[in-house]
Design a binder for this molecule. Structure first.
Ligand code: ASP
Length: 442
């Protein structure tokens, strides 16, 4: 039988009710040998995540404000869960220890990590699994750089000694034994690292949605779920704003060729989305998903004989670099070139940048379109299918959407269109309609 590693996010382990659900999921699948958990997340919309409360304790301390009240809220939350689940764990002792460390000036990373640490201890006890402290198996250098190979060795040694175990996500230790966390949402990374070290067949990432949807449900009514998607396609979609998984979590799983299955703790019967190394060409769907972001500026540059001018792009890139701006896209024509920039990067300096461009690039003319949105239509199936762009552009034309920019990635895996912000929803609906609803009807 294969091995699965299951990581449960904050909302999946937020209270006793949720933890009962995860026990059922784990008991129903013998392949789940190792479990990685986040700290308790929100139980309802206005609730606070334990990690946020822990950071708040530290901020209070730094400002010499009392933090005990917040600390007690956290303590009561764990004690209530333990009580509800009938777990006998000396939580008071754990909290006394943490409280002592805090009063002695513990680092922010140590404090933040305790959310995962305590939750993993509690859940291990409830499941009857061993507890492996992430501090013993996830390693960083003294300067805080993640040590990938050393971590893999330590994890493999530890896993070999435990048939079943729970491991807290989010943190590890530096070589000088101090605690260091990954960036926020980092338990996803821990899960991927454990999956790799366990030579898992699947890395299950349990959250509160049944995987990815083909479009934003706030824009399209009942979009279809994505059953399978490749890492590359997902990268394109997440760049455009679709996010469920921590970006860095993809790399360890991808390197070890382990598929990631996004699952819903509240609907375990749903298959979720499977993220694989190779695209699933059999499924017949031309596109995998549509995602987009608003608030870009497109600067169109026209200059006669631009195509023959050496160093033009270098100068353009230099201007952006000097202004600390990354370029999103540079679609080019013969004597025209556009540069697409994120408004956040421009940060109110558009006039200055245009002036620099005028002086250094000496264009014949420049057109500026502010308030632009970019929409990516992504799918490995597009490269093989004739007429994909015709379908896309016809759909947008019929919806009365004016396209200001087009860019197709060299892999032919995506087509990006620039439209006005106000046409954003209309455009996404039209593309979804043409590719998904239309195909289903055929
Ligand atoms: N608890 C941490 C956070 O809220 C890490 C995680 O949940 O992945 O960011």
């Amino acid at each position: 039988m294969g091995i699965k590693v299951a990581k449960f996010g904050g909302s999946s382990v937020a209270d006793a009710l949720q933890i009962r659900k995860i026990k059922k999921i784990i008991q129903d699948d013998e392949a789940i040998r190792y479990v990685v958990v986040s700290a308790p997340g929100k139980r309802f919309a206005e609730d606070s995540k334990v990690t946020d409360l822990l950071y708040l304790c530290k901020t209070h301390m730094e400002h010499k404000l009392p933090y005990e009240q917040i600390f007690n809220v956290i303590r009561d939350r764990y004690i209530a869960v333990a009580h509800d689940l009938g777990i006998r764990l000396d939580l008071e002792k754990e909290f006394d220890e943490i409280s002592r460390e805090i009063s002695e000036g513990a680092s922010v990373d140590y404090i933040a990590s305790r959310g995962e640490y305590l939750n993993a201890k509690l859940i291990a006890e409830y499941l009857g699994y061993d507890f492996i402290d992430a501090g013993d198996v996830i390693r960083f250098t003294e300067k805080g750089r993640f040590m990938e190979e050393r971590t893999d060795e330590l994890l493999r040694e530890a896993l070999a000694e435990h048939e079943n175990a729970v491991i807290p996500g989010f943190y590890g230790r530096r070589t000088d034994s101090t605690i260091k966390t990954f960036s926020r949402g980092g338990s996803d990374i821990t899960g991927a690292l454990v999956a790799r070290a366990a030579d898992a067949d699947v890395y299950e990432n349990w959250t509160d949605v049944s995987g990815f949807l083909m479009a934003d449900p706030r824009i399209v009514d009942n979009p279809k779920p994505i059953a399978t998607i490749s890492y590359k396609e997902l990268r394109e979609l997440s760049y455009m704003g679709a996010s469920v998984l921590h970006e860095e979590a993809i790399y360890p799983a991808k390197a070890a060729n382990i598929p990631i299955n996004i699952r819903n703790t509240n609907r375990p019967e749903d298959p979720g989305t499977m993220i694989t190394a190779e695209p699933d060409k059999k499924c017949g769907q031309v596109i995998s998903g549509i995602a987009g972001r608003k608030d870009f500026t497109v600067i169109g540059i026209s200059k006669s004989h631009l195509a023959g001018e050496k160093g033009f792009i270098r100068k353009l890139a230099g201007i952006m670099e000097d202004n600390d701006i990354t370029i999103e896209h540079i679609p080019t024509g013969i004597d025209t070139m556009s540069v697409v920039l994120d408004n956040k990067m421009i940060n109110g300096r558009l006039e200055e940048i245009l002036e620099e461009m005028r002086q250094q690039l000496k264009p014949d003319s420049m057109d500026v379109f502010e308030d632009m949105a970019l929409i990516a239509t992504v799918g490995i199936g597009m490269a093989e299918r004739k007429g994909t762009s015709a379908t896309l552009f016809t759909a947008l034309a019929e919806a009365g959407v004016n396209i200001r920019m087009i860019d197709q990635g060299s892999s032919e895996m995506n087509i990006i269109v620039g439209v006005e912000n106000r046409d954003f929803n209309k455009a996404i609906k039209a593309i979804y309609g043409a590719f998904v609803e239309q195909e289903d009807a055929e």
